[in-house]
Write a protein that binds this ligand. Sequence first.
Ligand code: HEC
Ligand code: HEC
Length: 309
Amino acid sequence: MAKNNSIYSKPIVFSVIVTVAILIGTAVMMVLPMFSSSMHPKLEKLKPYTALELAGRDVYQENGCFYCHTQTVRPLKAEVMRYGEYSKAGEFAYDQPFLWGSKRTGPDIARIGGKYTDKWHYKHFNDPRKLFQGSNMPGYGWLADYQLDPGETEARMKALGFPYTKEDIDALSDKTKLDALVAYMQALGTAVPKPPKVPMIAAGDKNPFAENANAVSDGKKIYEMNCAACHGIDAKGDIGPDLTDFEWVYVAGPIGDDTLFFMIADGTKKDQEFEGRKAKGGMPSWGEFFGKKKIWSVVSYIRSLEEKK
Ligand code: HEC
Ligand code: HEC
């Protein structure tokens, strides 16, 4: 037993000393690192939201999009295959608060930026079922009836310390909530470089199913299910270009089977060159959904349309 006047016999003093010791430990282990920059990683390519994008982020929050969508890809093989590169801590430096969400009634949209064209988003928000028959996402076309409030966005830009100019704020006055939401969609996930893809075929490969009647009819089914929403059921163009007009990548004249294959498998980006012609971007990639045979079948179907002219 300790002596009578030892600290063990003074419960109040003992408690105070223990509390102080724990607080010092907490400060060293938890509070100090909060001031270290390594606890606040920021990707090199990450930019603060522009005024329009920030307004779109508010629309996203106001409408509870996060009840149905997540904005974080977990580092699991199935997720990375479906959505793209997994989320990094350094992507969320300007997200206050972050909008990771927890439920996926709809797909994750952390990598949605650049996946589709603006036109696609307008069409989809107006009526999701026009693009996906079974979609249970509500329509948001009515957002186009609401003008943005530049004063409110300016106050938020200031509060968050994001850079902006007077022109950026003035430009908001003829924009609607729908414009802002689309701009926000296009900004999501763009700070993370997309990993290079392993090509599915070699440049110069010819279509092994060219003019094969079965391939043409398989290709037609695939086309109607997946492509008609953007290129039209008759393939005469809508969001995407006319596929029957002998023009490829906006220039008249033939294009190789391999080039068509690559456009369908990997999609297109703005200013990407195909046989010396410049794309505008917005064709999504299908390589992760279809194998080689299906893509070649669609190429056969597209060639059969060209011949009809
Ligand atoms: C009731 C649940 C629900 C709500 C609320 C909802 N969505 Fe969706 N969303 C879905 C479903 C289901 C899909 C998949 C089918 C489709 O694309 O329509 C989807 C698809 C999407 C896509 C396309 C994703 C892709 O990779 O193809 C985007 C973008 C999107 N939603 C954005 C939004 C935004 C922005 C809001 C809020 C304004 C919102 N959603 C609200 C359920 C929802
Ligand atoms: C989300 C809309 C969308 C969907 C769905 C879509 N495309 Fe496209 N597609 C585009 C856009 C936009 C372009 C123009 C690309 C560019 O300029 O970079 C394009 C371009 C093309 C081209 C080149 C056309 C030309 O005239 O140069 C082909 C071929 C093509 N798509 C085939 C397909 C096939 C096959 C499917 C279905 C498996 C499909 N697309 C689905 C939007 C879409």
